[in-house]
Design a protein around this ligand. Structure first.
Ligand code: GLU
Ligand code: MG
Length: 456
């Protein structure tokens, strides 16, 4: 390279990370790059650009029509830009054939004037993480997304026929899906995921793959990527993967338990080895905040009508707002861990959530707890599913919302969680979800017909 070329390179204003991406695009013979972002429902959106456009995308962003994205903007203010985050560059292994490859970059959404778009879910999470940083913390999240693998029918449509008849931690040959799961894991590893464990879950056809914790933004990006990979690999095997929270009644649903800890300059701010549960004052306050705002953030962590079919007693999903070290019926469980691993697990989120908004809401609740010295109370060691209302009252245990409608009412009553989402997302989110809930209420289900048609 001549000096002249060096200068031209520098003048282009690209960062080192951006230049690295351009080098990798060339080395891997990438032809197309998908620029990815999510709408407020968490659906991944793509704008595909030829590799030759990526430099321009880094330089000035890529324009798109924001009015066609759920929850973004109205038609008259529709010009928006995508700014790719070079740290998120990944080759898509299932779109690569050895000669050419496709890749993706996760993007932030910006307004015409270059300011961050407050309706972009990634921006919402970044804002809450900036608040955490101001308080001296970074936030680590380790998620456990569960999902089902179902057969397709002869027309290629998804069924709810489980792909295998395995059960919790079963191994092949009953666990037919372990080959598919292995393929999913290999694909994730090729994309830079560090897979810690995977197993067959309790229900037939149900699986869990745990990947290593990361800072909250990285984890939210990872969850979005994870769902795309699981669906793509299932599709290649002629199966349907679903993150629907409760695809089949009367058996376990799919959760996305999330392990949380805060780090400051001295290390894990949740750790205190003198405490019975190895948790610090900061951890208890954060936990208190999560418990105080749980009713309101449930609308965000469990954002579908179907989510509330999972949050019922008896299927290892939480229903009650309490914490415990042993008990899976509580909202928060403290695993037996210490030092750098001290953390707690929030068990209510499900994998139909928008990961950026869900993490933003939960983290904001915890930060509010630190600010207000919130008290989580005593752990509950008994099975809360067995408690009657009087006993729950005695222990001061409240219940999570029983429907999406109730959850939305709670969200509207909680300025802290509304502030986490910001005005724009709060308004659009409530609008979209109220519409869903109204449709659902107006629908007459087959259960009702079976039960009442002949009886009355
Ligand atoms: N599938 C259960 C849920 O809905 C959780 C099972 C487990 O403890 O991993 O949350
Ligand atoms: Mg699990």
């Amino acid at each position: 390279m001549t000096d002249g070329q060096m200068e031209a390179g520098d003048e282009s204003g690209l960062t080192e990370a951006e230049r690295d991406v351009l080098d990798e695009i060339e080395a891997e013979n990438v032809d197309f790059v998908r620029l990815q972002f999510t709408d407020i429902t968490g659906t991944v959106k793509n704008v595909s650009v030829p590799a030759s456009q990526v430099e321009k995308a880094f330089d000035e962003g890529i324009w798109f029509d924001g009015s066609s994205i759920e929850g973004f903007v109205r038609i008259q203010e529709s010009d928006m830009r995508l700014e790719p985050d070079p740290e998120t560059f990944q080759i898509l292994p299932w779109r690569s054939n050895g000669e050419t490859a496709s890749a993706r970059l996760i993007c932030d959404v910006v307004n015409t004037d270059g300011t961050p778009f407050e309706g972009g879910p990634r921006q919402v999470l970044k804002s809450v993480l900036a608040e955490a940083e101001e308080m001296g913390y970074s936030v680590s999240i380790g998620p456990e997304p569960e999902f089902f693998l179902f057969e397709k029918d002869e027309d290629g449509n998804a069924t709810t026929e489980p792909h295998d008849a395995g059960g919790y931690f079963d191994l092949a040959p009953k666990d037919l899906a372990s080959d598919v799961r292995r393929e999913i894991i290999f694909t994730l590893e090729q994309m830079g995921f560090e897979i810690e464990a995977s197993h067959h879950e309790v229900a037939e056809g149900q699986h869990e793959i745990n990947f290593k914790y990361d800072d909250a933004l990285g984890t939210a990006d990872n969850i979005a990527t994870f769902r795309a990979v699981v669906r793509a690999v299932a599709e290649q095997n002629d199966l349907h993967a679903t993150f629907m929270p409760k695809p089949i009644g009367e058996i376990n649903g799919s959760g996305m338990h999330s392990h949380i800890s805060l780090f400051d300059e001295d290390g894990n701010a949740f750790a205190d080895e003198d405490d019975e549960f190895n948790l610090s004052e900061t951890a208890y306050k954060f936990m208190g905040g999560v418990l105080n705002h749980a009713q309101a953030f449930t609308a965000v962590t469990n954002p579908t009508v179907n989510s509330y079919k999972r949050l019922v007693p008896g299927y290892e999903a939480p229903v009650y707002v309490a914490w415990s070290d042993v008990n899976r019926s509580a909202l928060i469980r403290v695993p037996d861990a210490a030092g750098a691993s001290s953390r707690f697990e929030i068990r209510s989120p499900d994998p139909s959530c928008n990961p950026y908004l869900a993490l933003a809401a939960v983290i904001k609740a915890g930060l509010a707890g630190i600010e207000n010295d919130a008290d989580p109370g005593e752990p509950v060691r008994e099975d809360i599913y067995e408690f009657d209302e009087a006993k729950r009252d005695e222990y001061g245990i409240t219940t999570l919302p029983g429907s999406l409608g109730q959850a939305l009412d709670e969200l509207e009553d909680d300025p802290v969680i509304e502030a986490a989402l910001g005005d724009h997302v709060t308004e659009k989110f409530l609008q979209a979800k109220r519409t869903d809930f109204a449709d659902y209420k107006a629908h007459v289900s087959s259960w009702e017909k079976e039960k009442y048609l002949e009886k009355f």
